[in-house]
Design a protein around this ligand. Structure first.
Ligand SMILES: O=P(O)(O)OC[C@@H](O)[C@@H](O)c1c[nH]c2ccccc12
Length: 264
């Protein structure tokens, strides 16, 4: 699919609405049992934790790794010490699939994150039934529709899900705080232009709140880069680097750098 520069979010949301129109209503079941992601990161605060992503392709990079056995990949992430597995389920732009989330959730013990552009309760019900324990809500998707964001956020919590709320700038971070979000992501990639800068994460750290946990997302490849965000952030979300790694275990372990915390 061709995407005009600056129009990615608009394009994907138009496509997402079509997908949702065809999506069946599901009776929502119980959330899969695993540890609470927020508590886990609070407990392991002396080390930067990794959310490892299963991502076959992306609109900015094209194909990343189409040959991968997604279940093996996820099991290897778990084995190497990932705190959670992120599974892209968008079929059009990321070559993801809801089935990947089902299969992976059945084969790992740790939390799984449904990574998609969620704008409807139907998608949240589907995420629970596919085994997700955490969902992503992206503030930029709800420009001027914050009551809707709050609604979906509250609905997800009422089902027993945890929610990662993604932001990109100070205004969005404030919205995440107003929402009452406890797990907040800062995306280093601008979803409108695809530009990636780690500095984006660093610049927002003065505004962080003590009780929350913060995740720096995208564009992280090395221990050096991980170290740049590790003081203020509890974790990082990494896709491409791990999907392309020839030594996944080492790559993942290297990213789990030591953190400075109040206690040490
Ligand atoms: O492959 P990277 O640069 O390591 O990025 C992973 C993840 O942060 C990225 O896939 C992502 C972050 N937020 C998103 C929202 C939708 C789709 C994808 C994303």
């Amino acid at each position: 699919m061709n995407i005009k520069k600056g129009k990615f979010l608009e394009t994907i949301l138009a496509e997402k609405r079509l997908e949702i129109a065809k999506m069946p209503e599901e009776q929502v079941g119980k959330v899969r049992q695993t540890y609470n992601f927020y508590d886990y990161l609070k407990e392991l605060s002396d080390q930067l934790q990794v959310i490892a992503e299963v991502k076959k392709a992306s609109p900015s990079l094209g194909d990343i790794n189409l040959e991968v056995d997604i279940v093996d990949q996820a099991k290897n992430y778990e084995q190497a010490g990932a705190a959670m597995i992120s599974v892209l389920t968008d079929p059009v732009f990321f070559k993801g699939n809801i089935e990947y989330l089902c299969e992976i959730s059945e084969n790992v013990q740790i939390p799984t994150l449904n990574k998609d552009f969620i704008i409807d309760k139907k998608q949240i019900n589907r995420a629970v039934n596919a085994g997700a324990t955490v969902i992503l809500l992206i503030v930029a998707v709800f420009e001027n529709q914050y009551p809707k964001l709050q609604n979906l956020y509250n609905y997800a919590l009422s089902l027993g899900l945890e929610v990662l709320v993604e932001t990109h700038n100070k205004a969005e971070l404030e919205i995440a705080h107003q929402l009452g979000a406890k797990i907040i992501g800062v995306n280093n990639r601008n979803l409108k232009t695809f530009e990636v800068s780690l500095q984006n994460s660093v610049d927002l750290t003065p505004y962080f709140k003590e009780d929350n946990i913060y995740i720096s997302e995208s564009g992280i490849f090395s221990a050096n880069e991980a170290q740049k965000v590790s003081d203020a952030f509890n974790g990082i979300l990494v896709g491409t680097a791990l999907m392309q790694s020839e030594n996944l275990e080492k790559s993942l372990k290297d990213l789990k750098v030591k953190r400075k915390t109040n206690e040490n």
